[in-house]
Design a protein around this ligand. Structure first.
Ligand code: NDP
Length: 496
């Protein structure tokens, strides 16, 4: 069996060789999942919830081991692993089993159409069957395992295809689920390359994909062959708008944290900032000072660093190119700006002042510890520039005038906007999270983020005592006249 080497990006050392699932073996894995699904569905919300809550206890008990695994395969700071990933997983394992019975309960529907009055109408949510979750390398717990949890709570079985760069977290979580009593075949991990992911699409009943826009398009194209539904969480270029009346200290802290956290390798990182002219210099100065104070290097236990490594090798080149192109086009690099020498893959926390839209750093997803900042004349220009993007994932607005902030939020073309904050909407699993434009299709989280793992079924019951006639045949002049008069009478009475 072929294996995939997993590397620690912070040290360059190989951590482990992991057996890979070849594309031709994917069908058998999905067959196992399909065979396990009816019994898993039959357990009901309560039975499934009991196991998922046991998994929540497992994750709590193994929080350190899981965080260590995430840190080892991504090179991120330990606090990023604990705060964002482990905490998310613990929350999700409690949240989805609690919400599923309510959000997926049968819905009684009343109709206004006189032709079907008197019938009992129910919408029912049935699991799709086998869900394929394909995940990226930047959040191996949140974006691979995390998306599997609602799918499982809804009664599906799941095959996860983690990024080949970071498969260890999914494998560890698989162990945790089995130790929590999850039946065989309900959750499986298909470690493999992109081709393994592509073949998975051919066999499953629904695909939950998180990754780049480029691969997202390929996933949708492939899924079209089998008419398999897809949910796509793709790239972003999240703008932040800082108005002249903002709390500049808070705005600067937010800008630095949400652009550098996880080494900037977050889909909803702040990727560009627009600052109103009167506070531009003050904002740039604060952000520069705070960025220069950040510590970077191989994570070595609690509190050892602030910004970790670049997880995916080609990403380092992309970041370097964006910074260099901005320099060449006239921007000022006021903090960082270079890859670090020595072992491991690191790019210095970098601030690019005086940026504009001629620069790739303002237009394309950089996905690294960089923050380009642009001066704008007013809020209208800021909104115009924020919307001048192929992406539409998240955005943030900073102002002391909350009403104004909310008005601006409604003008921004993105799936989630925070006012005087950034990215925190992701933590509220009650809220839908999904991109507009090239940032995706569909949502995770919220009721829609659970219902997408189901098929809707409408059941209409006609009680026999109510209705003897089941048809209008034969169509003759009398029937035709009755139909016309009946429709007119009904809607005229309604219009009054
Ligand atoms: P990729 O699109 O390169 O890869 C994502 C996953 O798809 C990986 O598991 C990859 O496998 C697999 N894959 C590759 N080719 C195919 C294919 N043809 N068919 C099916 N699957 C395939 O993304 P990255 O891993 O580079 O992740 C970074 C991107 O993810 C960024 O753009 C980021 O913005 C986005 N992202 C979006 C989020 C959101 O919620 N909107 C959240 C987190 C990240 P392999 O790695 O083995 O090649």
């Amino acid at each position: 069996m072929a294996t995939i080497p997993v590397e620690n990006p912070a040290t360059g050392e190989t951590i482990r060789e992991v057996p890979a699932v070849a594309p031709e073996d994917v069908a058998a894995l999905v067959e196992r999942a399909r065979a396990a699904q009816p019994a898993w569905e039959a357990l009901g919300y309560e039975g499934r919830g009991r196991i998922l809550k046991r998994a929540q206890q497992w994750l709590l008990a193994h929080a350190e081991e899981v965080a260590d695994t995430i840190v080892a395969e991504t090179g991120k700071a330990r606090e990023d692993a604990m705060l964002v990933e482990v905490a998310y997983g613990i929350n999700a394992l409690g949240f989805w089993p609690r919400k599923a019975p309510k959000w997926l309960a049968d819905e009684r529907v009343r109709t206004t159409n006189p032709l079907v009055l008197g019938r009992r109408m129910v919408v029912r949510y049935r699991p799709v069957g086998v869900v394929g979750v394909i995940g990226p390398w930047n959040y191996p717990l949140v974006n691979s395992v995390g998306d599997a949890i609602p799918a499982l709570a809804a009664g599906n079985t799941v095959v996860v295809k983690p990024s080949e760069v970071t498969p260890l977290t999914s494998l560890l979580f698989e162990r945790g689920l089995h130790e929590s009593g999850l039946p065989e075949g309900v959750f499986q991990v298909a470690v493999g390359t992109g081709e393994t992911g592509a073949v998975l699409i051919d066999h499953v009943d629904m695909v939950m994909f998180t990754g780049s826009t480029r691969t997202g398009r390929k996933v949708m194209e492939r899924a079209a062959q089998t008419l398999t539904p897809v949910s796509l969480e793709l790239g972003g270029k999240d703008p932040m708008i800082v108005l002249a009346d903002a709390d500049i200290e808070r705005a600067a802290n937010t800008a630095v944290y949400y652009s550098m956290q996880n080494g900037g390798q977050t889909c909803i990182s702040i990727e560009r900032v627009y600052v109103e002219a009167p506070v531009y210099d003050e904002f740039v100065a604060k952000v520069t000072e705070k960025t220069k104070a950040l510590r970077q290097g191989p994570p070595n236990g609690a509190g050892s660093i602030d910004v970790g490594a670049m997880t995916f090798p080609p990403q380092l080149e992309i970041v370097e190119q964006h910074v260099q192109q901005a320099r060449d086009a006239g921007a000022r690099v006021v903090a960082g700006g270079h890859r670090r020498e020595g072992a491991g893959r690191f790019f210095e926390p970098t601030i690019i002042a005086d940026a504009d839209h001629s620069m790739t750093a303002m237009r394309e997803e950089t996905f690294g510890p960089t923050l380009p900042i642009m001066r704008v004349q007013d809020a209208d220009e800021a909104v115009r520039q924020a919307n001048d993007s192929a992406y539409g994932l998240g955005a943030s607005v900073f102002t002391r005038d909350i009403a104004k902030g909310e008005r601006i939020a409604r003008r921004i073309e993105a799936g989630a906007i925070c006012i005087n904050d950034a990215a925190v909407n992701y933590l509220a699993l009650e809220l839908p999270m999904g991109g507009w434009k090239a940032s995706g299709l569909g949502v995770r989280h919220g009721p829609a983020g659970l219902k997408k793992y189901t098929r809707q079924q409408a059941i209409t019951t006609t009680r026999l005592a109510l209705k003897r006639e089941v048809h209008f045949f034969p169509y003759n002049a009398r029937v035709s006249n009755l139909i016309t008069r009946g429709i007119k009478l009904f809607y005229k009475s309604r219009a009054r």
